[in-house]
Design a binder for this molecule. Structure first.
Ligand SMILES: Cc1cc2nc3c(=O)[nH]c(=O)nc-3n(C[C@H](O)[C@H](O)[C@H](O)COP(=O)(O)OP(=O)(O)OC[C@H]3O[C@@H](n4cnc5c(N)ncnc54)[C@H](O)[C@@H]3O)c2cc1C
Length: 239
């Protein structure tokens, strides 16, 4: 059996800015394995003096793209790892078996994201499009400002094509004429977004810890069974 958790050296093939603080790295992997959307890789950086630091980053791309993966990284001002990811890096993965969705699971899909928490959910949506899955899907995405929405153009294009609805909650500022939500995620918002999918929907929530907790508790309160809700926490702060 193939061993998935060995470190390998990935080459950065391309770097694409997504927002002022977020970039996508395309990594070529000498030992590529198809991931399940929602899985992540561990990334390890080692300094010249031998000090090394390791963090997890979700795969942003769909498994239909072979030989390479996209990681989308938000640069934290004082971040030990996120500021320095632009060279060859050691990675291992794909990792994770719980926060995953693919065509074999199917059914109505409810995705709730805060900030860079949209990354693993984007892998699910890209896979959904690449595999031609038409079950209804809804994304509720909370960001501070319009400029900080990651994948904005691609999400618009995906939402035009098939049964995907995208709703945004902009918590800090909104552009003139904004028609989306202008507050943090709450129960009323979750009821509006999840209602059309019915109680069979499977929900995936990802982002800062505080947002994940509000959204998971809220979805239960508005009627989604707890066993239909999967969560992944990225880090400490809120939007
Ligand atoms: C399963 C999993 C998947 C992840 N996927 C992604 C991803 O796709 N893209 C991505 O950008 N990040 C992702 N993360 C978060 C990532 O692993 C790091 O925690 C993040 O990049 C910060 O690392 P750093 O070394 O730059 O900062 P550190 O040096 O660890 O921390 C610097 C400062 O930022 C704060 N901080 C740490 N993490 C976060 C965070 N997530 N949000 C806000 N503040 C934080 C710390 O408290 C500290 O004050 C994921 C985390 C997990 C557990």
């Amino acid at each position: 059996m193939k061993r998935l958790l060995e470190w390998q050296i990935a080459t950065v093939k391309a770097i694409r800015p997504e927002t002022p603080d977020v970039k996508t790295l395309t990594l070529a992997l000498p030992d590529w394995t198809a991931h399940r959307p929602g899985q992540h890789y561990d990334v390890r950086l080692t300094a010249a003096d031998g000090y090394s630091a390791q963090r997890s980053y979700s795969v942003a791309s769909e498994p239909e793209r072979t030989g390479e993966i996209d990681l989308t990284v938000e640069r934290l001002a004082d971040g030990e790892v996120s500021r320095f990811l632009d060279d060859a890096v050691a990675v291992r993965g794909p990792i994770g078996g719980y926060f995953v969705w693919d065509g074999s699971i199917g059914g109505p899909l409810l995705l709730v994201a805060g900030g860079s928490g949209v990354v693993p959910l984007m892998a699910m949506l890209r896979h959904r499009a690449a595999a031609g899955i038409n079950d209804p899907a809804r994304l509720l995405y909370s960001a501070r400002t319009y400029e900080q929405i990651i994948y904005r153009d691609e999400l618009e294009a995906l939402a035009r094509k098939d049964g995907l609805t995208v709703s945004y909650a902009l918590t800090r500022s909104q552009p003139p004429g904004w028609k989306g939500y202008t507050r943090r995620i709450d129960d009323a918002m979750l009821r509006e977004v999840s209602g059309p999918l019915g109680p069979d929907a499977l929900a995936y929530i990802c982002g800062p810890t505080a947002l994940v907790e509000v959204a998971a508790d809220g979805l239960e309160r508005v009627g989604l069974p707890a066993e239909h809700i999967r969560t992944e926490r990225f880090g400490p702060t809120g939007p």
